[in-house]
Ligand binder design. Structure first.
Ligand code: ATP
Length: 260
């Protein structure tokens, strides 16, 4: 695998099947959503949607409000104003643990794996929140097939894994919830370029297998290469949005986020 630098051509096969995403029905909508931390207005009236089968990316500078947006969807921070709807459900009526049961799984910034539990135990923990338990072993095997490294290390404590492997475990754990929509907060953070490329390839594969992704990323180039559509967040508001391939060529986006 090659090194990934901002000037390189696409290294991950873009999920170019944008028509499929565009044809899917809207499963998540945000309308005029506001979130504040005391006097800090982190999210200031954003509206966006995610359609079934899409990869949608949310990019922007540090402090733009990306993490806060994901946390609002997962009900981890209160929404001051606005509407959030997932498959027709008003999300503001649900506490965080029930949002998981509705089918939204969240891979948080920093991964949050349990260091003193094995890889397998970390994965099994995620199934406790599932409404229907289904065939847990089948799901474990699916995760192991997507992440062969996790299969090799299934009995190893998570704390002994590399950063990239811990990120894979965090994504694998989200898959184990059986959620239809996966929220990912900076999955490439702190990883070597070769691992960033591997993580992005896996995200495309997970999407191909049927999971819809809402991806927050600092690595705007990689995110725009794999996404169907994108939103650019600036100081808590949506500054630009559209098909991801169009944003790759948008002069405003290129100058501010792609170093070109
Ligand atoms: P980053 O890439 O640095 O994580 P971000 O786009 O995800 O940035 P947020 O983490 O959502 O941005 O932060 C948006 C704003 O809210 C920032 O001004 C940040 O300082 C502030 N903020 C975030 N979390 C808190 C908190 N728990 N208490 C107070 N202010 C917060």
């Amino acid at each position: 695998m090659s090194d990934v630098r901002s000037t390189d051509p696409p290294v991950v096969t873009p999920n170019g099947d944008a028509a499929r995403g565009a044809a899917g029905e809207s499963i998540l909508t945000l309308e005029d959503v506001h979130v504040s931390y005391g006097n800090i207005r982190a999210v200031r009236g954003i509206s966006m949607e995610v359609r079934r089968g899409e990869i949608v990316t949310l990019i922007g500078a540090n402090g733009a409000g990306k993490t806060t947006t994901l946390r609002a969807i997962s009900r981890l921070v209160p929404v001051a104003h606005g509407r959030l709807t997932f498959r027709g459900h008003d999300l503001t009526r649900f506490p965080a643990h029930e949002v998981v049961r509705l089918g939204i799984c969240h891979v948080p910034e920093g991964r949050g794996v349990f260091a003193n539990l094995t890889v397998r135990e970390n994965l099994l923990l995620a199934t406790y929140s599932r409404r229907g338990k289904g065939d847990v072993n089948k799901d474990l095997e699916r995760v192991y097939s997507v992440f062969p490294r996790l299969a090799e290390r299934r009995n190893q404590f998570a704390g002994t894994l590399s950063g990239g492997e811990q990120q894979m475990l965090a994504v694998g754990r989200a898959l184990m919830t059986g959620g239809e929509l996966m929220l990912l907060d900076e999955p490439s953070m702190g990883l070597a370029p070769i691992l960033v490329e591997e993580i992005f390839r896996i995200l495309v594969e997970i999407n191909r297998q049927g999971t819809t992704l809402l991806l927050v990323e600092q690595n705007a180039r990689m995110a725009l290469q794999v996404a169907h559509r994108a939103y650019v967040l600036e100081t808590g508001t949506i500054a630009v949005s559209g098909p991801a391939k169009d944003l790759l060529d948008d002069p405003r986006v290129r100058e501010a986020y792609l170093g070109a």
